[in-house]
Design a binder for this molecule. Structure first.
Ligand code: IMP
Ligand code: MG
Length: 431
């Protein structure tokens, strides 16, 4: 490849998820060969049974692909667990593929999502990125439920729980779903980039949820204390506290820092943030960005003045410049950091969500990655901050707060189905 080509490829590839794109490409083959755009005459004759037969045929072919990909994934998991020499077949096909903490039940998930989205009934629109993303989410939920169940769910804030830059208001339908998780004994962490040192600021952002937690008679005190907030990716921990006027209490770092976090030096933190700040300021000048620079003790960022909007290209260019600059510095080898595109701002935080999720797991007594689910909206490999959570837990990639609600309802429905199935088969073996 020429240099120019390589650069373009690198820029393009960080904006794509290779596993999803690969599955989408596999599905394009049966779509092209079996979907029947010309079957439109069957509609005219109202011959829906023929259309249903075409859809069933397509369904079976898609299902076969998901079964085969599931097998490849299982082979990859086995390969990694046993430290076999060389790469798994899946890793050879998709070099960026990571570690899976549970199996993914793709065939079962496809069946479920095809019932919801009628993917195989479509004759003009091929299985899309979003179809595959949602199938992977369902497969992950099934993976958790079929393996050991879920003990901890961590949520990103902006775009996952509420719209970008908004607050968690009292009428947000996600609130009752979070309460339901707590009632089921599941721990909940909100792992957000939003980094503030004061409880009051988080209360302002999360008031809807925190007030319900305080007022509802439907939770025990133990269930209430199963909610924590991790701010600034992995920098500030707060626990629920009914006695505080802001319903939260700051947890001092020495009580929850994990592993090498305790060795991160203040001087290094300052140095890394200064390098990032200089790079941000250079972008502001170079791209003539209408933004202010904000430096905090664990983050530095740029955000638009007076509610202006930045272009996607400006945001992405800035993230990539800053990330590259910081990566090249010595201090980056001693300290993890996270540069990301916040939708209409760019921030660089010390630490990242892998540390944030791990700290939550540790806070609750050491919950396993295979029993943890992180729900977020930013999973591209560069300029996205939920991506790093994949190192610490299983994940679900949602595109809006509405999808988070749907995901939590799906979790509940699948849980109920599996329970009924288990009790039926128990009865059958007894008989
Ligand atoms: P998240 O989606 O919950 O991770 O929140 C990301 C948003 O929080 C960013 O886009 C910023 O608008 C905002 N934010 C506020 N303070 C900080 C900070 O210290 N670091 C990063 N983002 C911040
Ligand atoms: Mg987000």
């Amino acid at each position: 490849m020429t240099t120019r080509y390589r650069v373009e490829y690198a820029l393009k590839s960080h904006r794509r998820d290779q596993l999803i794109e690969w599955i989408k490409a596999l599905l394009a083959v049966p779509f092209v060969l079996h979907s029947q755009p010309t079957a439109v005459h069957l509609w005219q004759q109202e011959d829906t049974s023929k259309l249903a037969a075409v859809a069933l045929d397509t369904h079976q072919r898609y299902a076969e692909i998901f079964r085969d990909v599931e097998r490849l994934l299982n082979d990859h998991i086995e390969h990694e667990e046993n430290n076999y020499a060389g790469h798994s077949k899946l890793k050879l096909l998709i070099p960026t593929v990571g570690t899976f903490f549970t199996r993914l039940y793709l065939a079962e998930a496809f069946k479920y999502q095809d019932e919801q989205r009628h993917i195989s009934r479509r004759r003009f629109v091929a299985p899309s990125f979003n179809d595959v993303r949602l199938i992977l989410n369902s497969a992950q939920i099934l993976g958790l439920l079929h393996t050991n169940g879920i003990e901890l769910v961590t949520f990103d804030g902006d775009v996952t729980l509420y719209d970008d830059g908004e607050n968690l208001d009292p009428d947000n339908p996600v609130i009752e779903r979070i309460i339901r998780l707590l009632q089921q004994g599941i721990k909940v962490g909100i792992v957000t980039a939003a980094g503030y040192t004061e409880e009051a600021k988080y209360y302002e952002r999360l008031k809807g949820l925190l007030d319900v937690l305080h007022d509802t008679p439907d939770l025990t005190d133990d269930q209430r204390s199963a909610l924590i907030v991790m701010g600034g990716e992995s920098n500030y921990l707060f626990k629920y506290d009914s006695t505080s006027q802001y319903r939260l209490a700051y947890v001092p770092r020495e009580q929850w820092l994990i592993g090498e976090m305790a060795t991160w030096k203040e001087d290094d933190i300052k140095e890394l943030l200064s390098i990032a700040e200089n790079a941000l300021r250079a972008c502001v000048a170079n791209l003539n960005l209408p933004v202010s620079v904000l430096r905090k003790d664990r983050a530095v960022g740029v955000y638009p003045q007076s509610k202006g909007r930045l272009f996607r290209e400006q945001l992405e260019e800035t993230v990539l410049v800053v990330q590259n600059t910081v990566e090249r510095s010595q201090v980056a080898s001693r300290l993890p950091f996270c540069a990301f595109n916040g939708g209409n701002d760019v921030f660089v935080d010390i630490g990242d969500k892998s540390w944030g999720v791990r700290a939550c797991q540790q806070y609750f007594g050491g919950i396993d990655p295979a029993r943890t689910l992180h729900v977020g909206d930013q999973f591209l490999s560069a300029g996205a901050n939920d991506f790093k959570a994949r190192l610490a837990s299983t994940t679900a990639w949602i595109a809006s707060p509405g999808e988070t609600v749907q995901l939590l309802d799906e979790l509940d429905a699948l849980k109920a189905t599996l329970k009924t199935r288990a009790s039926t088969s128990e009865k059958e073996t007894e008989e």
